[in-house]
Design a protein around this ligand. Structure first.
Ligand code: ATP
Ligand code: MG
Length: 401
């Protein structure tokens, strides 16, 4: 049994007829990226579908596994291409029918005959091929109205094409078609999931991480790099902005009462994130906040923290339960890295009793006792930017400004 090509269906792209070419081209690029470092295939995309022609030696199941994960792919079917001899088509139909999962028991043959000179009519072909499959594949019976499986046979000029298996794709929109955001990435479970959720809607991300050496370890930093690399499998490459946050955090603990340090820490992070977002032309900030999860994520806290910026903040995990987030983290492959025990800057500086409903006026009053501007500027000037790709282990170091 050998499939010659994959038929890739686009799903939601269909709705966006205006930008269709852009979407299709981006999707094609993303599919090729997902297939690195495999060889032995060619990708052809048209307005309605994409075909991936497969050489003999390529692992078809591996190609299916990778392509179905690409955002913008609705579904994938492996296709068999054979000569138009009736006996050959019948033989292929039996093989293709046997390859669908055993749960569904009914099928229907659907013939599309674009070669109008073919000696048999569509209806006749359906009958003959259906009869063969019925005879040769034990568990199947015909149901033309509501079949569990459809076996499609396309009779084209050059050959006959058969497919039946349909593998569900990741859905969503191709990453790179929806603008850019800056993801606030901690080493925890939630923020990488938040990043993937916005990517699913076609958005490109860069990531920003605040660390406080020597209170936070090299391992904690490496963990964030590793998380970014897992996300880069979906995105191609992701820039990671590492912000030195030690001085700011120490200062907050000097000038703000302990129970409000968490709120102030978040506010300073957000102020820096907003400026970085402006610099990289990102139109929104994304975080992994989740309503009510911890003291810093009550509505009251969000209100006091959010007050420092007018930039939209996207919170894709806002209403999910923790166990729902964990399922997603496992699906995207970040969970095992996220639960490694290296502490990030927030964990280390966590106050014993953080305020769950901090008053904005109060926090502003305490912060105004110290001029944080020079510290914020200093942190921004010393940002380290890494470009993380899935296929290249080393990163490019470059200055932010
Ligand atoms: P996560 O698993 O994403 O860390 P969490 O449940 O631990 O989430 P918090 O630690 O309260 O939640 O952080 C809330 C959000 O703030 C995070 O999801 C992330 O977007 C952002 N954040 C927290 N710490 C950092 C950090 N050190 N650098 C960048 N962003 C951070
Ligand atoms: Mg955290």
């Amino acid at each position: 049994m050998r499939y010659d090509q994959l038929l890739v269906r686009y799903g939601e792209l269909t709705l966006k007829s205006g930008n269709r070419n852009t979407f299709v081209n981006q999707l094609k690029g993303n599919v090729k990226h997902a297939l690195i470092p495999l060889t032995g295939y060619q990708v052809h995309a048209n307005r309605d579908r994409m075909y991936i022609h497969l050489d003999e030696n390529i692992d078809v199941e591996e190609v299916i596994r990778r392509v179905t994960k690409v955002f913008g792919v609705h579904s994938v079917s492996p296709v068999m291409r054979v000569d138009k001899e009736l006996a050959t088509i019948q033989e292929a139909a039996v093989l293709v029918a046997k390859d669908v999962d055993e749960e569904g028991r009914t099928f229907k043959v659907d013939v599309k005959r674009s070669d109008k000179n073919y000696p048999m009519e569509t209806f006749e072909l359906q009958q003959v091929i259906g009869g063969t499959v019925l005879k040769e594949v034990e568990h199947l019976t015909v149901n033309v109205r509501q079949p569990d499986h459809k076996l499609t046979v396309e009779i084209r000029q050059d050959a006959a094409y058969l497919y039946s298996r349909i593998e569900k794709g990741a859905g969503g929109l191709p990453v790179g078609t929806g603008g850019k955001t800056l993801l606030m990435l901690s080493g925890g479970i939630d923020s990488p999931v938040a990043g993937i959720e916005v990517m699913k809607r076609g958005v490109t991300i860069e990531a920003i991480h605040f660390h406080s050496p020597p209170f936070t370890s090299e391992e904690a930093k490496q963990k964030v790099i590793d998380l970014t690399r897992i996300m880069a499998e979906t995105a191609g490459e992701i820039k990671l902005h590492l912000v030195p946050f030690t001085e700011i955090q120490k200062t907050i603990h000097k000038v703000v009462p302990e129970n409000m340090t968490m709120t102030s820490t978040r506010r300073m992070m957000l102020k820096i994130a907003e400026r970085v977002a402006g610099h990289i032309d990102a139109q929104a900030i994304v975080n992994g906040e989740n309503l009510g999860q911890v003291a810093s994520q009550t509505l009251g806290s969000m209100h006091a923290i959010n007050a420092v910026t007018a930039m939209p903040i996207l919170r894709p995990l806002l209403t999910l339960d923790k166990d729902e987030i964990i399922i997603k983290a496992k699906e995207i492959g970040t969970f095992d890295t996220s639960i490694k025990p290296f502490e990030d800057c927030c964990t280390i500086f966590t106050p014993k009793n953080p305020k769950t409903n901090p008053k904005l006026e109060k926090i502003e009053k305490f912060e105004s006792r110290f001029d944080f501007e020079p510290l914020l500027n200093d942190a921004i000037e010393n940002i380290e930017v890494l470009t993380i790709t899935k296929e290249r282990p080393e990163e490019n170091f470059s200055d932010f400004l």
